[in-house]
Design a protein around this ligand. Structure first.
Ligand code: ATP
Ligand code: MG
Length: 248
């Protein structure tokens, strides 16, 4: 299979006169943990929505696992997992009932067994019989993650996965993402504002500024060139001048 899991060319999304994403040409290789940084409103969520087939691009092309994002068939979506910023679940149902619903929607075989395996992998089998409505943000997110990987996607998109989590929740999530990448070989595409998470979790980064890709490199090269985490922050501020001015 192609070594690129995500390949976009001149990908653009316009809302009226405003280009939320402009001529984005970005490739992410199989097996990468890619961190997508950018200020509020930079176009990160819009990009993920296009890559997960939820939003139609205005122009340009994007392939995810070799399939065009304009292909909304189950076969094309089979390769994709997605955890939105605010995970949507049915509060009046148990975690298992929620997962069964999604497993059936995505055509997972032996859904009960797959749910057990997935919850074991995420170290939260005890959540299965509990009502989702009683869950904290961290637990909801764990079930959102379970839902997104039930069908064992090749690539998992995560939108601000650490948003609203406490330090222990952030660490747990980080460990799970790394294990998912190592044990299942899942490629990770993660929007984030947390530079500390990028340096700990990611193998490569991209930075969006006002809808345009202004930086893309491997973490290894960035660390070689810029050194510590604080330098990564300086790098980020230098390539997003709008934010740098705003923060001053
Ligand atoms: N449905 C929409 N209609 C009009 N404009 C939109 C719509 N969705 C997003 N936008 C605009 O597109 C731009 C990019 O938004 P997007 O949500 O992708 O940014 P983001 O990088 O995810 O920001 P954040 O870090 O705050 O989540 C913003 O200017 C936003 O206001
Ligand atoms: Mg967003």
């Amino acid at each position: 299979m192609n070594t690129y899991v995500v390949e976009t060319r001149q990908l653009t999304k316009r809302y009226g006169d405003h280009a939320a994403v402009k001529n984005l040409s970005l490739s992410v290789e199989r097996g990468e943990v890619f961190g997508f940084l950018g200020h509020n409103g930079a176009g990160k969520t819009t990009t993920i929505h296009m890559l997960t087939t939820l939003l139609k691009p205005t122009s340009g092309t994007a392939l995810v696992c070799g399939k065009s994002v304009t292909d909304q068939s189950l076969e094309a979506r089979r390769h994709i997992g997605y955890v939105p910023e605010n995970v949507r679940l049915y509060d009046t149902m148990t975690a298992r009932a929620n997962l069964l619903f999604f497993a059936r929607l995505s055509g997972v075989e032996n859904p009960d067994r797959r749910i057990d395996e997935t919850l074991d992998f995420l170290e939260c089998r005890d959540l299965a019989p509990r009502l989702v409505g009683s869950f904290s943000k961290g637990l909801r997110q764990r079930i959102g993650l379970a839902q997104a990987i039930l069908h064992r996607p090749d690539v998992l998109f995560l939108d601000e996965p650490t948003s609203g989590l406490d330090p222990m929740g952030i660490k747990t999530l980080r460990d799970l993402i790394v294990r998912l990448n190592r044990e299942f070989g899942t490629t990770i595409f993660m929007n984030t504002h947390l530079i500390s998470e990028i340096s700990r979790t990611c193998t490569s980064i991209g930075v969006l500024n006002q809808g345009e890709l202004v930086f893309r490199d491997t973490i290894e090269k960035v660390t070689e060139r810029y050194g510590s985490e604080s330098s990564l922050e300086e790098l980020y501020l230098s390539v997003t001048p709008v934010q740098a001015k705003g923060a001053a």
